[in-house]
Design a protein around this ligand. Structure first.
Ligand SMILES: C[S@@+](CC[C@H](N)C(=O)[O-])C[C@H]1O[C@@H](n2cnc3c(N)ncnc32)[C@H](O)[C@@H]1O
Length: 324
């Protein structure tokens, strides 16, 4: 079995503007965080050039950025030195926007040049997909604005049609080559090539809500009745399970050589297309054991993560088969 030694607390990197899942309790308490500032969200900020310029120019805004690529998050964080009105989260906005934000939480959401996903089999990844539009309609406040910039005309037309036809959102603008004081790398590139860009503006005109999956039980600590035997722990490696759309599997088991002791089980979970990798901490006690997310896990408590934790506890509590 591997032995993992956790980094000492004082050696934990200073993340600055990067907000880690383990430090966020969902939904976010924006009233306390914004302290009177307006709240905006940028989705897919790329290298963060636009994001940081916008945050510097708008100190009255608390700006959140969600980006899928870890390299982009780090690049943007480096640019953002000294800013206290920007928070970056590395995750998938399609899945997590509605989980992070309550209904009516945001004054403005914007997306600069999202991938248009032109292939039919990827259509569900577009912002025009029903789930994403519902999330948007929920998290914007009444009168709040969604702004989309794109260089892809068919995508712009589809967005205008689909988002503009949502019961709670209304199209208010379709501009070609709008004048903007801050521009993005992609924008400048397209304009230099003489390609038109499109800005679509939508306003939330009616209340709307959507279901959330992570708000119940922001922390999961499960106590087992049995104390896990070595055989039971070893049998967890390579197990996989699932329920509904949630899937999970376990990998290596390691001994944690830290103040907490116990075991770390590598875990992988998938909620539809939303993947997370993390460790489950198993601490044997005099009686039973405590099963929870490891503090370095940085995973959101989606149905697949909760399923994985429950599966570990159930397997520890299951009577062992007699040998032979
Ligand atoms: C074409 S780039 C545009 C970057 C930047 N907005 C600009 O205009 O320069 C699209 C960005 O969206 C990010 N992205 C794609 N899907 C995403 C998702 N589901 N959630 C968050 N970010 C996403 C990509 O990683 C990429 O950085």
């Amino acid at each position: 079995m591997d032995v993992l030694t956790p980094a000492p607390q004082q050696a934990r990197p200073q993340y600055g503007v990067i907000a880690l899942p383990g430090d966020l309790s969902l939904p976010l308490d924006l009233e306390a965080m914004a302290r009177g500032r307006r709240t905006e969200l940028e989705i897919g900020f790329g290298n963060g050039e636009y994001t940081v310029k916008h945050a510097r120019r708008a100190p009255d805004v608390l700006l959140w950025g969600i980006e899928l690529s870890p390299a982009c998050v780090l690049r943007c964080a480096r640019r953002a030195a000294g800013l206290d009105n920007l928070r970056l989260i590395r995750t998938d906005a399609r899945r997590m926007m509605k989980e992070l934000f309550r209904d009516e939480a945001l004054d403005r959401v914007y997306m600069n040049f999202p991938c248009p996903w032109p292939k039919r089999r990827h259509a569900h990844r577009r912002v025009t997909a029903r789930d994403f539009t519902d999330s948007l309609a929920a998290v914007l406040r009444l009168g709040g604005v969604f702004e989309l910039l794109t260089d892809d005309e068919p995508y712009a037309r589809e967005a205008l049609d689909r988002i503009g036809n949502h019961a709670a959102l209304e199209g208010r603008g379709f501009e070609v080559n709008p004048a903007r004081s801050v521009t993005t790398k992609y924008e400048r590139k397209w304009l230099e090539l003489g390609k038109p860009i499109y800005r679509l503006t939508f306003v939330k005109t009616r209340p709307f809500t959507t279901a959330r999956q992570t708000w119940e039980g922001s922390e999961v600590h499960i106590r087992t009745r049995r104390r896990p035997t070595e055989a039971c722990l070893n049998a967890l490696a390579d197990v996989s399970g699932g329920a509904g759309d949630a899937r999970w599997s376990f990998g290596r088991l390691a001994l944690e050589r830290g103040p907490e002791g116990g075991f770390l089980l590598e875990a992988f979970s998938n909620d539809e297309e939303f993947d997370q990798r993390y460790y489950i901490h198993i601490s044997p006690r005099d009686e039973g054991a405590l099963v929870r997310l490891d503090r370095t896990a940085n995973a959101f408590l989606t149905p697949a993560v909760k399923g994985a934790l429950a599966d570990v506890a159930t397997r520890i509590d299951a009577p062992e088969e007699p040998e032979g």
